[in-house]
Structures are given as C-alpha cells and as structure tokens.
Design a protein around this ligand. Sequence first.
Ligand code: 5AD
Ligand code: SF4
Length: 488
Amino acid sequence: MNKSDESLLKNPYLHNGSNTVLKKSHFNSNKLVYIESYGCQMNFSDSEIIASILSSQGYKTVNSPDNANLILINTCSIRDKAEQTIRKRLEKFNSIKKINSKIKVGVLGCMAERLKDKLLEEEKIVDMVVGPDSYKDIPNLLKEINKGRDAINVILSKDETYGDISPIRIDSNGVTALVSITRGCDNMCSFCVVPFTRGRERSRDPKSILNEIQKLYKNGYKEITLLGQNVDSYLWFGGGLKKDFKTAPPLNKKTAINFSNLLEIVAISFPKIRIRFSTSNPQDMTLDVINTMAKHPNVCNSIHLPFQSGSDKILKKMNRMHSRDEYLDLIDKIREIIPDCGISQDIISGFPTENQTDHNQTLSLMDYVKFDYGFMFSYSERPGTLAERKMKDDVPENIKKERLQEIINKQLEHSFFRTKKYIGKTVCVLIEKSSKKSNNFWSGRTSQNTVVVFPKKNFKKGQFIDVEITNCTSATLIGNGINISNSI
Ligand code: 5AD
Ligand code: SF4
C-alpha cells in the first residue's frame, strides 16, 4: 500500500469500502440485500437512509454479497482511482451473478449520477442506477428490475430530500453518529466533480435535524457530526435553493437560520452531546461560528479546513474564492479565539500548471499552520469539470507523486509535533470502541479529534474519561484513564 492509500484509509470521510448490516427482524427471505459503501461521510450517511428505505420494504441486510439477492454499491467519483476500485468490485459481483443469474445489482451515489445510463451500457452486470437524490424511488425501481427491465433515476432535487427519513444506523458503535444538514455544493471548485454528482446546495429543516439528534440522544449516542459538503453555508429560510433566499419574503430573511445559529441551537438543546461538524470552507466560515464554538464546551475544538494549495496562482485556477493570506488570517483568528483548536487540511498536489514555486508555497503554508492531520491527494482530472474542459493536466504523474510524498512527509512531522505536545497532559476522551491493536485497550478521541488509546480497566464505552497522556505516535496518543470526566 502506498502512502496516498494510507492517507485515504485514515480519512474519516473517505473510506475505502465498507458493508452495511441491518439488525431488524420483520424480513422476507427473498429480500436479502448487501450494501457496500465508498467515499465520503456523506455517502455513508446516505447508506443509512437507503437501509431505512429498504427496511420499510421488508429487506434484510446480509454481510456478504454471496448471500444476497440484491447487491447495492454506493459509489464515489471524486478521483479516477475511486471509480476504478468500484469497477473492480463490479467484476467481482459479476462472477457471483454468473453462479446465480437471479441476483440484481444496483449502482448508487456519485458514480451513478455522473455516468447515468452509460453505466448500464458499460457494465452489463448493472440492473439499476440511482443518483444521490433518488433513493426514495428505490421501491419503484426494484419493481421494474424484478420484471426484468433495467431501471434508472438520476434526477437531482431542489429540496433536502430525506429530512423525514430516520436513518438506520449502520456498523454503528452506538456512541457517535453522522447527521446531515446540507446536500450538494455551490462552490464550483474547478477540480471537483461534486457539484455535478450531488447538485445544488440545499439546507435541511432545523426541526428535522433536532428531531434526529433527539432520537440519537434517547438511544444513548454521545457525539454527533453535523455533515455537509460546505456546512458553513447552511441557511434555512423555509426551504429551496440558497439562491432563492434573495427573492424570499422579508419574514423569511428575518427568521433565517445560518450555520452559527444552528450550531448554537444544537449546543444548547443537547448539552450532554458532543458536537462536531465537517466540512468547512475558508470563504464561508464566519467569526460567529468560531465564537459559538468557543462559547459552548460541548462543541468540539476541531475544524477541518481544506486549503488545497498554498499558491495564489493555483487557488485562482482552482476557483477557490479565497487567497493564501485570507486562509492564514482565518487560521490566526481561530488560534486567537480557540488556542487549542485542532485544525486539519485537504491538499491536492500537481494541479495544472503547478510548478516548484507553487509547490514550495504549499509546503510553507503547512509550516506556518502545522496542521494536526490532513488528507492529501495528487490531482486526478475529472470529466466535465472546469479544469478538465479548460486546462491541460500538464504536471507529469511522477512529479505529482513526488510532491505528494513531500507533503505527506511534512504532515507526518507536524502531526508528531502536535501529538508530542500532549505528553504529560490530561485530556478528555469519549470512548468509542476497542482499540484495533489490542482488545485490552479502549480507543476514543479528544475534542481536537486526535485518537487516544488507553487500558480499559473498568471504564465503559460511551463514557467521557480524563486520560493522562504518557506516549504518542504521529497519529495516536497513548495514556492512562484516571477518572470519569466532568467536562465533555
Ligand atoms: N483530484 C484530487 N483530489 C481531489 N479532491 C477533490 N477533487 C479532487 C480531484 N479531482 C480532494 C480535495 C477535496 C477532497 C474531498 O478531495 O482535496 O477537499
Ligand atoms: Fe462524497 Fe464527493 Fe465522493 Fe460523492 S464524489 S461520494 S460527494 S467524496
């Protein structure tokens, strides 16, 4: 596995494939579904919605494609490699279908939206193609494919489509959960396929967000992550696209709720729940949001703030809507208001026309901020994006990879610099699960989103524990639990 694969696996919103198991009992043995998910946290959150829709149709989920009569793959298009991985999985599913021709295969998510009926032509094994806004139509589409016809729905919506659906928590640790607050993205970064696969940005009704968190709270969950491609541009004014806000009646404008309002409402309504959010964009993150974070102890001191490149020339070509200095000013403000805030990044190496000077500016920006961790990628040209249409993918692959490796090496140094600072300190950790390396250790995270492992003793999953840090790697703090924490 190369380093970029490693960063992919560590990425909380870029998982490399995981399957879904439902735990309900009212099922029909002809309705056995296997769901496999790829991509960002949003996709994993969507798979929980799909699971809920299928459960209401009597479907039981199984944990192997070999045992299913319906195989669904929830896909990602962000880089070419993500799509290649999915095509390989389809080959595997094809070999299963050869043994049992009755099995139906559906491709869901971003790749479905990007390729539409081309997928049905290119991948003969596929029976059903469903875009990210069309999951409510799955019961109808299933009727079609069961009659032996291919089925497709890739219509994007103007409204938050799934606010009324209670997601079924999948592979859940029972402690942390994802809650989506916006869908789509209006940013149009020139490298990014998301606006094409997930459509225009829409915000979810705050009432339905609060209802979902209330259910999670009642079920014992201790931490939620408010999720969106660009959470800081959350705006509720009664529904519809954000651009309609300009023409909305004045009453709507007066009563509109922006992201800092929403964060505050959630923080006050659920003082015993830890709150995270992802992803932020520099141009949309306001001082109000940072002040709200500082004001409420249950909002975690952690911000994921992609910057993509440290060069103004490249940022402009990326259509990023922020400059290097604006990004650094925001970092200064965050550190001034929340000195111990954990800050993480996304970086792309080798964007068209990037030269050594541009690359050095990315490295120098990293040196200034010393991010806690990050997700680093080499540029992958995506069909239909502005960059693909207007710019030549002119940085040779080997240079992209070399630069990426330099970026990853620097991040490892900085992560170690950050984790070392915790040695000798006591941090509050929410226990999420057993450590992967040893069943005698718990694994949880600090407010700053750093992973901590410590001996289990009599502590229990879901408790907030004060942990004294004795050692660390660049990614993990190691310590001893002292007592149940008073803070969260
Ligand atoms: N090539 C490489 N990385 C990309 N990302 C988005 N589009 C591309 C692309 N075409 C990265 C960005 C983004 C993260 C989710 O994925 O860094 O923030
Ligand atoms: Fe998520 Fe983007 Fe991948 Fe779609 S393309 S699954 S929005 S990361």
